[in-house]
Design a protein around this ligand. Structure first.
Ligand code: PLP
Length: 393
């Protein structure tokens, strides 16, 4: 009997696996074979979760908080996050306007599923975080890119954005501080963007603020939903605990915005994944209610290492770098002769044991992404390998 493999759905066939996870996995496999690998590819903090958060989850476990909870999240956590959005982000929010999700990723996925229809267009400033277009496709929508590059400082060109708005445009995505560029949008720019959005009443905006606490000295995070009362009801805020509190594995994020949309996203969650792990939510509650000192300490440490990475990259001839002002990445543009970032990264890993992520994954084939959430030694070592690779490519 010939066994035929099961046929996959069109959605599954169209889906691209995450290139960042793929590179990290390949680097780990080479390391397991005994190769000397220097990885600057990771997209996660190199700290352990602060002790008081772990302790709160442990305590919840020992108190038997191990059962199903409300699909939309622990009411105490929803209320605490509404409070945080009011006081830290200047966004008037009620607890029923907050949905607790399995990471920022599920918050984005849920939003896309409940506001996008097949044929809709998602407007996405490029370079972009690589999961947005895939999630748009999973909702049947297509992605329309608003290009920018290192030569224009990765600025969002509002004229280019407006020129791409059609009757099918449904959702604009912004991400500040941004992955991969580390760009932080300034108040004036956000105000001008809000005016543009006000002119297009069918357009929704999703602001991904997952790196909100990771800011270079002197930078300020401004939530888009706080900018204008006129469009506030069309703005959705995505955030989470992964980056600020070093809680990537806990899978805790949230979506905030219009109550009807949140209710629909909660219904979707109730029919798919149900509540986020109940005792993990108690850890998040401790985090949100606790002092931000631990977050500030980690942010400070990334700042030192980001500056170190920036200095190192700026000293390499042929590299163009727009210094990142937030998150923990740098996104340098390679010399003009290098036009295939995938090939460059594949050879960097094979020849020099250097794992970095090709810019093509983020919509810019001229760049590569390096993480500074590693030790100073790894940054020095990685930059030496990069320089060697550049000299022979
Ligand atoms: N948004 C951006 C811009 C990210 O870089 C990431 C993770 O890398 C996420 C969202 C998702 O984070 P989480 O781990 O909370 O799902």
């Amino acid at each position: 009997m010939i066994l035929r493999p099961p046929e996959l759905s069109h959605r599954a066939i169209a889906l691209k696996p995450s290139l960042t996870l793929e590179i990290s996995a390949k680097a780990k496999a080479l390391q397991a074979e005994g190769r000397d690998i220097c990885s600057l590819s990771a997209g996660e903090p190199d700290f352990n979760t602060p002790g008081f958060i772990v302790e709160a989850a442990r305590e919840a476990l020992s108190q038997g908080i191990t059962r199903y909870g409300p699909a939309a999240g622990d009411p105490e956590l929803r209320a605490a996050l509404a409070d945080k959005l009011i006081h830290e982000n200047d966004i008037a929010t009620k607890p029923e306007q907050v949905l607790i999700c399995n990471g920022g990723k599920q918050a984005i996925y849920n939003l896309f599923q409940v506001v996008l229809n097949p044929g809709d267009e998602v407007l996405l400033p490029s370079p972009y975080w690589l999961s947005y277009p895939e999630m748009a496709a999973l909702a049947g929508a297509s992605t329309v890119l608003i290009p920018s590059s290192a030569s224009d400082g990765f600025r969002l060109d509002l004229d280019a954005l407006e020129a791409r708005i059609t009757p099918k445009s449904r959702l604009l995505v912004i991400n500040s501080p941004g992955n991969p560029t580390g760009r932080v949008m300034q108040r004036q720019e956000l105000e001008a963007l809000a005016e543009l959005v006000a002119r297009h009443p069918n357009l929704l905006v999703m602001s991904d603020e997952i790196y909100e606490y990771l800011l270079a000295e002197g930078e300020q995070h401004i939530s888009f939903a706080s900018i204008s009362e006129a469009i506030k009801d069309r703005c959705f805020t995505v955030n989470g605990f992964a980056k600020g509190w070093a809680m990537t594995g806990w899978r805790l994020g949230y979506l905030a915005g219009n109550a009807t949309v949140i209710k629909a996203a909660s219904a979707l969650q109730s029919q798919s994944t149900s509540n986020v792990c109940s005792f993990a939510q108690k850890g998040a509650l401790a985090a949100i209610r606790g002092s931000r000192e631990c977050v500030e300490e980690m942010a400070c440490s990334y700042n030192l290492r980001r500056n170190f990475l920036i200095e190192g990259l700026q000293s390499i001839p042929g590299i163009t770098l727009i210094p990142p002002k937030g998150a923990f990445y740098a996104f340098p543009q390679l010399p003009e002769r290098i036009t295939d970032s995938m090939e460059f990264c594949r050879r960097a890993l094979e020849d020099e044991g250097l794992a970095v992520v090709p810019g093509v994954a983020f919509g810019d084939d001229r760049c590569i992404r390096l993480s500074c959430a590693v030790s100073h030694e790894s940054i020095t070592n990685g930059l030496e390998r990069l320089q060697r690779m550049l000299s022979k490519f």
